[in-house]
Design a binder for this molecule. Structure first.
Ligand SMILES: Cc1cc2nc3c(=O)[nH]c(=O)nc-3n(C[C@H](O)[C@H](O)[C@H](O)COP(=O)(O)OP(=O)(O)OC[C@H]3O[C@@H](n4cnc5c(N)ncnc54)[C@H](O)[C@@H]3O)c2cc1C
Length: 282
């Protein structure tokens, strides 16, 4: 299929992008890597009046450490994040997750900002952002604001981004010697969206884990924190954590698997990820 007719504009600056988006009353879309947007337009699942290409905006493609956080610009390609030494050292969870996103051709074009803005409930990066307790930087007509990951994902493909907003960066806490992370996903073929996945982080103190954050993906409309399971793991028992999933998760059936199967897979992944978190303890 071909997309419906739309106008195209290449933004010269962030302000220019925001101005263009603001002129179209919710009928303009940001174009980043285009790996999801173009398919959506081609299938006529969306038919905006205007597509605003942000690829030429300077300053959105950096990766830097500032004030104990790592900032990843919205236009950083997945492939660049995958190759980044800073991310390998300071954000081990992102480094673990990155190779699971699609295939090299997709990672060469797809962007960090696009993945978080799209908020596909089966995607790896939104769950990592949530598991790490990161923040999203947003620029709009009323200036810049930061939104915590816990408040960013609102519903199915729905986020705290308004129609005139541009996601400019994500910020994630840099790892310390106490940071522990775990990642696992189940999918039919490597590179597919996950049927169920789990991204996790924790802080180790001696033999115990604190500040456990478990973010499941592929189990609902958004990435989902499993708070009972987090408490179970923090108390040191994997069985208690797995039992907690009964309250934490209620995955709907989808084309990939029934909710019952997804819940079973979530328990298996939780045991694997718990082992990763605990193996790393001193
Ligand atoms: C075959 C295939 C397999 C894939 N497999 C996976 C997978 O396993 N896991 C996974 O996570 N993803 C997967 N993807 C998606 C891929 O990661 C995309 O790159 C990503 O979802 C969107 O990033 P993008 O830069 O291409 O965004 P685009 O396609 O350009 O945009 C996606 C959406 O986000 C909005 N947007 C983009 N950037 C911004 C911004 N800075 N501010 C505000 N809004 C913005 C757009 O308006 C659009 O609505 C796959 C894609 C394909 C084609």
């Amino acid at each position: 299929m071909k997309p419906a007719v739309f106008a195209y504009a290449k933004a010269r600056s962030l302000d220019h992008a925001i101005e263009l988006l603001g002129q179209h009353d919710g009928q303009a879309r940001v174009l980043a890597g285009g790996q999801s947007l173009i398919a959506t337009l081609n299938m006529r699942l969306d038919s905006p009046d205007l597509v605003v290409d942000i690829n030429g905006i300077p300053g959105l493609d950096g990766i830097a450490r500032r004030n104990g956080q790592v900032e990843i610009g919205a236009l950083v390609r997945h492939a660049a994040a995958e190759r980044s030494d800073l991310i390998k050292r300071q954000l081990p969870l992102i480094a673990q997750a990155m190779p699971h996103i699609g295939h090299p051709a997709i990672r060469n074009r797809g962007t960090i900002g696009g993945s978080v803005a799209l908020a596909d409930p089966a995607a790896e990066l939104p769950a990592c952002l949530l598991a790490l307790g990161g923040e999203v930087e947003i620029a709009g007509a009323r200036g810049r604001r930061m939104v915590r990951a816990d408040d960013f994902f609102k519903g199915l493909f729905d986020t705290a981004l308004g129609p005139g907003d541009v996601l400019t960066a994500i910020r994630l806490p840099a790892a310390t010697s106490e940071t522990r992370t775990g990642f696992a996903e189940f999918c039919r073929r490597h590179g597919d969206y996950a049927i169920v996945g789990l991204a996790a982080s924790a802080r180790a103190e001696g033999r115990s884990l604190h500040d456990v954050r478990l973010a499941f993906f592929g189990v609902g409309a958004t990435p989902v924190r499993a708070r009972q399971a987090e408490a179970g793991l923090a108390n040191g028992t994997v069985d208690a954590a797995v039992a907690g999933l009964a309250e934490d998760l209620d995955p709907p059936d989808d084309v990939q698997a029934s909710g019952v199967v997804k819940k079973q897979l979530a328990a298996v992944l939780l045991r694997r990820v718990a082992a990763q978190l605990m193996e790393q303890r001193s």
